[in-house]
Design a protein around this ligand. Sequence first.
Ligand code: G1P
Ligand code: ZN
Length: 543
Amino acid sequence: MDIATVSTQPFADQRPGTSGLRKKVTVFQQAHYLENFVQAVFDAIPDRSGKTLVLGGDGRYYNREAIQIIIKMAVANDWGELLIGRQGLFSTPAVSHVIRHYHARGGLILSASHNPAGPEHDFGIKFNGENGGPASESLTEKIWAGSKTISAYRIARVADIDLDHEHDLQIGTTRIRIIDPVRDYADMMEKLFDFSALARLLQGPFRMRFDALHAITGPYAKEVFERRLGAPAGTVQNAVPLPDFGGGHPDPNLVYAKPLADLMFSEQAPDFGAASDGDGDRNMILGHGAFVTPSDSLAVLTAQARCIPAYASGLHGVARSMPTSQAADVVAQTLGIEHFETPTGWKFFGNLLDAGRITFCGEESFGTGSDHVREKDGLWAVLAWLSVLAHSGQSVREILDAHWQRFGRHYYTRHDYEELPSEIAEEMLRGLRAQMPVLPGQLLAGREVQTADDFSYTDPIDGSVSEHQGLRVLFTDGARLIFRLSGTGTAGATLRVYHEAYERDPAQLQRDPQRYLAPLVQLGKELTRLETLSGRKAPTVIT
Ligand code: G1P
Ligand code: ZN
């Protein structure tokens, strides 16, 4: 077999962000760009020879081309076996499961999550390790370092592979298996949840709508909800993954999954609505006239976990990313289990999950999951909610209301200012950081500031320290105001401002979050001199 060593030069912009390397498709299409990064990943895994690599993506534009290139590079770089999803497809949680299930050395996921797809839009790639989770900080640094000094990559000169049928073939010393991307994942769901109880629910008068937003969860949701659980045909909408996601923005929130949100707040609403994102790791949960914030979702599932067979014996602990509301902490304290606060990004949950310290974890950015894989898992969250509904016989609205009555409510909203010039965004945070030493003790927006800091995390398992994870203004009454820059955007800088306030008064539990949090929103704008510096009067996206 002809294996070529191709000379190349480093690209300066291959530092992975919160979740792998994400760039415009046109950037990835430059000669050697993808190849350089893939070689940097392979070089960072010196023990790969003869091992198994899982490969697949969310089906977005450039998925197939990228897979063909990676196959040839994997062959030239001594991988022993490649497990590839049919048509080059895999959801992110399915890759995580397949890595674990087949004891693979790792996997490459081709996705830019919820970012729009198509020739003008985004593509991405990330490596997950043998625990099924995103590469650790140290491995990520190693990959980045490699990308800065690379001088050549290796690639086999062989024909493209047929990705559309399940089959096995051998190229050189590498065995290639094209497998069903859905089956193993659906089997795992069947083990975690009580499928007979869920089938009874979905085959009765109960109605649900799942919107796959023309992205990867379509085939998974069809298999699980319609085929295995017998929900009526049409329960899953927009179920065929399209290379441009139908021109949409597959991010499951009230802004981008608007048709579903409108339906759920209308007279014709079904009992339950849910959506997932481009690569299937995010979720949004809705009831008739009810939206469950992701922070609340984690708290409710933590409180109700015992009604799901896999978690019936109780949870080890629960973790949330720092900007996620403290709702889950309150539940954990009541249950007497450990709770943790980690930096933004799923990779920070990995050590806690591997060490058996936590069972559930979640992020305010519509991510929820458990120790069954090492990624957030959209369909898992939907099945978990269905289990709670089936077990309690209550509606989403009733579950939420009862939760707030018992634990109090954490009003929450995130405001994003997208595509800001990077210097302006940096200047806002610099200005805020400079004020932080004098904030404690001040009365702002009617609340007393307790502390103000730049969040730093020491991993309780391996002791590694991650600094500068977001600026926090913490108030004595539990309210919080948090500022950080996105690490997943591909254009300019995105400022995220997170607002949270805790309410225990039963008479104040049904307020509109935007109105309730308005003083904190105003304060956030003042502290960053947002309007003066950016000219922006309103956020681009509110979740
Ligand atoms: C965003 C979310 C973060 C999530 C990540 C990947 O990252 O905020 O919680 O883990 O996407 O889905 P950010 O753009 O804020 O860095
Ligand atoms: Zn995603």
